[in-house]
Design a protein around this ligand. Structure first.
Ligand code: GDP
Ligand code: MG
Length: 597
């Protein structure tokens, strides 16, 4: 295809502003998918994405569009994930295209992820077409939002396209804007092959599928190609474009986006951002800016029923086939038995994986407290990564500890600003900036990631009644006074509940924890001390008194069916219990105990 007949673009938006709906309309109006095959949110393929209405994996579709100028264009849309955890995927897919549609909900205006995503698009050198969506809503204020885009982002929005992705209004204008306002790709057909690995996934029939954007040269079926990061060489078995189902194609030239398969065993062998070239006469210089995605949040996953360990292992193996950013390692916990220590890109990523394990593989899990990666600077001069508080070495060997900090951007209506500042301050935040766009405040905080991984989103949502939006980037590692806090139940340490905390907050956190556990652990026939400790020093203590009567006693013996029900319920509850020495702790206790208020 001639370069000037190609347009590659992505859609950037804050979550729920209508990105997927717009993608659907573009696909539908160009007849890319026959009407009878159309289902809502074509590009969101995973069930969990549909259910939660979020896009997790970047996806792509090739659209043929006969424009008003009489020529037929090929439009490649790359759909990017909208959530902060997947910022790395967003930034990679941005580099594979030349332009972006910036979708802003005309009744909501600019939000934190609008900003984060649009800055990434600008970083990638994109031409940007602002699109104001949901103008069918009575609350839509296109003029005000246009002004806001100019004020907050500094982008000329005078010729923003006004649309309703829901009704289809304005979609023909979007298609024309893509052709007339976004630039065609550049590239040299005669140069050695240089392709960017944009994405990869595991397909049950085809094995690993690799999505590429050709920068220079031509890729053909049967070619032998080399991945420049791993140096591995593969023969291309299948070459196709996505419409969005696969259509075989003989070759992909400069500016084109497509997929290939090449008997690649696992997704891990394909590094997003890597450069692919021919085995012979390849290019010598890789594309700039490659960096592998790093897991930042770790937690332990253990089966509730120890007999399910093998099933969990299988399920984890299958999931990691498709997700190279999800790292796993076997772990044994004195308290929880055999399980896995897993690394994630962020909390949403963690939740998604845990959900899939429980739902698709039907395994009940105990999830330990999420933890960030701490850097231990040892007295002998070495530096160790600490992924699990349970592995914390004796303090006498540790010189100092560093933790990851983030730069968080929060946008919130003025009325809630006070509560947001208090929340950030409580989480050891340092205010960096505060500015206004109309009645919305934009505040930038430097925060410890460790304080955000617990329930920061939930707290933020509840103190602002859902009106705040949040985005972050990891900024640096910094030293602080961090200590390991252990929890002892009946004098026995429960390793799954140990955590790294700031020295000044240890006592409050320890107190809250033992008080919660006191409510969460059922009474036994004997007294149970519950303690929080730093090393040998106990910083908080509660005592759970012994049980006096049989649980069914309060039914006054009369109602036999009710008595039976209660016993059955108790039995079902047992399945989710874990034995610690002489004490049984229900699974909910772990999850609830690790949340802070
Ligand atoms: P995404 O998170 O950006 O992909 O947003 P979606 O496309 O999933 O849309 C979020 C919600 O907004 C869905 O309930 C859509 O039906 C709704 N929506 C999208 N476009 C419009 C529109 O033009 N008008 C109205 N009223 N609702 C819309
Ligand atoms: Mg979506």
């Amino acid at each position: 295809t001639q370069l000037d007949l190609i347009r590659n673009f992505s859609i950037v938006a804050h979550i729920d502003h209508g990105k997927s709906t717009l993608a659907d309309r573009l696909i539908q109006m160009t007849g890319t998918v026959a009407a009878r095959d159309m289902k809502a949110q074509m590009l969101d393929s995973m069930d969990i994405e549909r259910e939660r209405g979020i896009t997790i994996k970047a996806n792509t579709v090739r659209i043929e569009y006969p424009a008003k100028d009489g020529k037929t264009y090929i439009l490649n849309l790359i759909d990017t994930p909208g959530h902060v955890d997947f910022a790395y995927e967003v930034s990679r897919s941005m580099r594979a295209v030349e332009g972006s549609l910036l979708v802003v909900d005309a009744s909501q205006g600019v939000e934190a992820q609008t900003l984060a995503n649009v800055y990434q698009a600008l970083d990638a050198g994109h031409e940007i077409v602002p699109v104001l969506n949901k103008i069918d809503l009575p609350a839509a204020e296109p003029d005000r939002i246009r002004q806001q885009i100019e004020d907050v982002i500094g982008l000329d929005a005078s010729d923003a396209v006004l649309i309703s992705a829901k009704s289809g209004l304005g979609i023909p204008e979007v298609l024309e804007a893509i052709v007339t306002r976004l630039p065609p790709p550049k590239g040299d057909r005669d140069a050695p092959l240089k392709a960017m690995l944009v994405d990869s996934w595991y397909d049950a029939y085809l094995g690993v599928v690799v999505m590429v954007r050709i920068m220079d040269g031509v890729m053909k079926k049967g070619d032998r190609v080399r991945m420049m990061q791993t140096n591995a060489v593969y023969g291309i078995d299948k070459l196709a474009v996505l419409k969005p189902e696969m259509r075989d194609i003989a070759e992909l030239g400069p500016g084109e986006i497509g997929i290939f398969t090449a008997s690649i065993k696992q997704v891990r062998d394909t590094r997003v951002g890597d450069t692919i070239t021919h085995e012979r006469k390849g290019c010598t210089e890789a594309l700039p800016g490659f960096k592998p995605a790093q897991p930042v949040v770790f937690c332990g996953l253990f089966p509730v029923d120890a007999n399910e360990f093998e099933n969990l292992r299988d399920a984890i193996e299958k999931l990691s086939l498709n997700d190279a950013s999800f790292s796993t390692e076997m772990e044994t916990s004195a308290a929880l038995g055999f399980g896995f220590r897993c690394g994630f890109l962020g909390l949403l990523h963690l939740e998604v994986i845990r959900d899939r394990l429980e739902r698709e593989y039907d395994i009940d899990l105990i999830t330990t407290a999420p933890s960030v990666v701490f850097k231990l600077h040892m007295k002998d001069g070495t530096v160790q990564d600490l992924h699990n508080p349970a592995d914390m070495p004796d303090l006498t060997y540790v010189d100092h500890i560093e933790e990851p900090r983030i730069k968080a951007t929060i946008m919130v209506p003025d009325d809630y600003l006070g509560d947001v500042l208090k929340l950030c301050q409580d989480r050891r935040g340092i205010q960096m900036d505060l500015s206004y766009a109309g009645s919305r405040a934009m505040v930038v905080y430097d925060l410890p990631l460790a304080e955000v991984v617990f329930d920061f989103y939930d707290r933020l949502k509840s103190v602002t009644q859902g009106y705040a939006s949040f985005d972050y980037t990891i900024s640096e590692y910094r030293e602080d006074f961090l200590v390991k806090m252990s929890i002892l139940v009946n004098e026995e340490p429960v390793d799954a509940l140990s955590m790294m905390v700031h020295r000044d907050r240890a006592e409050a956190r320890g107190r809250a924890m033992v008080e919660k556990l006191k409510d969460l652990i059922p009474r036994h026939m004997f007294k149970i001390p519950i303690q929080a400790a730093i090393g040998a020093r106990v910083i908080a203590r509660e005592t759970l008194s012994a049980m006096r009567k049989d649980v069914t006693a309060k039914c006054y013996g009369g109602d036999a069916s009710r008595k039976k029900k209660l016993l059955e319920k108790q039995k079902a509850g047992k399945k989710r219990m874990r034995q610690f020495g002489k004490v049984e702790i229900p699974q909910e206790a772990f999850i609830s105990a690790l949340k802070m208020d």
